[in-house]
Design a protein around this ligand. Structure first.
Ligand code: AMP
Length: 422
């Protein structure tokens, strides 16, 4: 599927090309047509799936078609998101995908003075991206009027609940016009969130991006508990094993990916990175070098790895543990395809222990712990963090003996609905 099969207008398609996006992610492929038909949407997806573009692209197109560019007098779209960081990221996405349109947006959040936010509002905006507290504050001061909102997005609803914002959210919703299009995103659907969804959505279409949990059963997994500063050396140590012909290494950030490559190259190990800051050409070059075995290691961030489909990829190394547990399943699903068994190793430091526990919970698997490697996590940390109950010890580095998949899906975060597994 290509973006130009989604009935998008030329200025948006051009912007996506500038961004280097070659194809829509599953959530985008499924959501964009629904939203362009002006239907309500219930989206089960977490950050990292491309969900921001899944709503930002159709919103920009709808506002353009409604001639929002003619006057910026009223706020027409409200996006409510729990954190300042997310608000800023969403603002950046609108700027990127709307670069060829003259639709105005602004971002407001707490923790900073309100002066410049108020000025931006007074200049007039079409799209407002806000955290709940600051939004209510500026509404109460009379700077914001929501009576012309035609599209409302509630982003990360479950996190709103966790962070204690649910009452603020309800207060905002009460001020919105009843006739509107509503988009509701949440990674999980606890009963309170389901109830909220039922009250604010009208005949919603449901879209879910579920992890292909079954692939995990084919992959031999292991975890190295390691000191944070020793990951670099642990990677070099692991790669001394010549049976690892090629490895896909995952980092959380683009900067982290570049750093891993630099360190490996210094040690004479051929490596290249692919991530969002690289041009499409550079990414494709790195990928073909990897596929043709010209380089041994490809270092990728999660989203950049999306399009990677390498036959018989034998090793995946999680240099950093993903925050979102489903991402782990996606990552290791890169290996062990088509019945081939792959190997996935994870490097977990003290700060990542909670993320690791969440992964164990999601997969319901016992993942063997490699002991006896030269870079163990400092003992003090191990005492404090309490290793997970279901740890299984493997004495030889790289060994994956004793692997017991024992997978059950009872800990899956959501039940999938009409969604498709990737
Ligand atoms: P999100 O899940 O919205 O936080 O998006 C995560 C990252 O994916 C962002 O850095 C986006 O720029 C990137 N992204 C979103 N859609 C695509 C796509 N179709 N192709 C490549 N990257 C994308």
């Amino acid at each position: 599927m290509k973006f130009n099969e989604l009935n998008l207008i030329a200025p948006i398609l051009q912007a996506l090309e500038t961004e280097g996006y070659s194809q829509p992610t599953p959530i985008q492929e499924q959501s964009i047509p629904i939203l362009l038909q002006r239907k309500d949407l219930l989206g089960c997806a977490q950050t990292g799936t491309g969900k921001t573009a899944a709503f930002a692209i159709p919103i920009l197109q709808i506002l353009h078609e409604e001639h929002a560019e003619r006057t910026h007098k009223n706020i027409k779209t409200l996006i409510l998101t729990p954190t300042r960081e997310l608000a800023i990221q969403i603002g950046e996405s609108f700027a990127a995908y709307g670069r060829n349109l003259r639709i105005r947006h602004t971002v407001i959040f707490g923790g900073v003075t309100q002066g410049s936010q108020v000025q931006a509002l007074q200049r007039g905006v079409d799209i407002l991206i806000a955290t709940p507290g600051r939004l209510l504050d500026l509404m109460n001061q009379g700077y914001i009027n929501l009576t012309n909102i035609s599209i409302f997005v509630l982003d990360e609803a479950d996190r709103m609940l966790d962070m204690g914002f649910i009452h603020d959210v309800k207060r905002v919703v009460a001020k919105l016009p009843l006739k509107r299009q509503t988009l509701f995103f949440s990674a999980t659907m606890p009963p309170e969130i389901q109830k909220l969804a039922n009250t604010i959505l009208v005949k919603p279409e449901m879209v879910a991006v579920t992890p292909p949990a079954t692939t995990a059963e084919l992959v031999n997994q292991s975890v190295y508990f390691v000191g944070q500063k020793d990951k670099r050396q642990l990677l070099q140590y692991v790669l001394q094993d010549k049976s690892i012909k090629t490895a896909l290494v995952f980092t959380r950030t683009k900067h982290g990916a570049d750093k891993v490559v630099k360190d490996l190259v210094k040690e004479g190990i051929t490596a290249e990175a692919i991530h969002g800051n690289k041009s499409q050409n550079a990414r494709q070059r790195a990928l073909s070098n990897f596929k043709e075995n010209k380089i041994r290691v490809l270092v990728a961030t999660d989203i950049a790895a999306r399009g990677i489909d390498v036959d018989l990829l034998s090793h995946v190394i999680n240099y950093e543990i993903p925050e979102v547990p489903e991402t782990y399943v996606h990552r290791i699903g890169r290996t062990g395809r088509a019945g081939a068994s792959g190997i996935a190793m994870s490097f977990c430091d003290a700060e990542e222990m909670q993320d690791w526990r969440n992964i164990l919970k999601l997969t319901g698997q016992k993942i063997p712990v490699v002991e006896g490697h030269p870079f163990p996590m400092p003992a003090a940390n191990q005492v404090v963090i309490n290793l997970p109950k279901n740890k299984e010890v493997v004495r030889r580095p790289n060994a994956v003996a004793g692997f017991n998949s024992g997978n059950n899906n009872k800990n899956r975060r959501f039940s999938g609905g009409s969604g498709r597994a990737r």
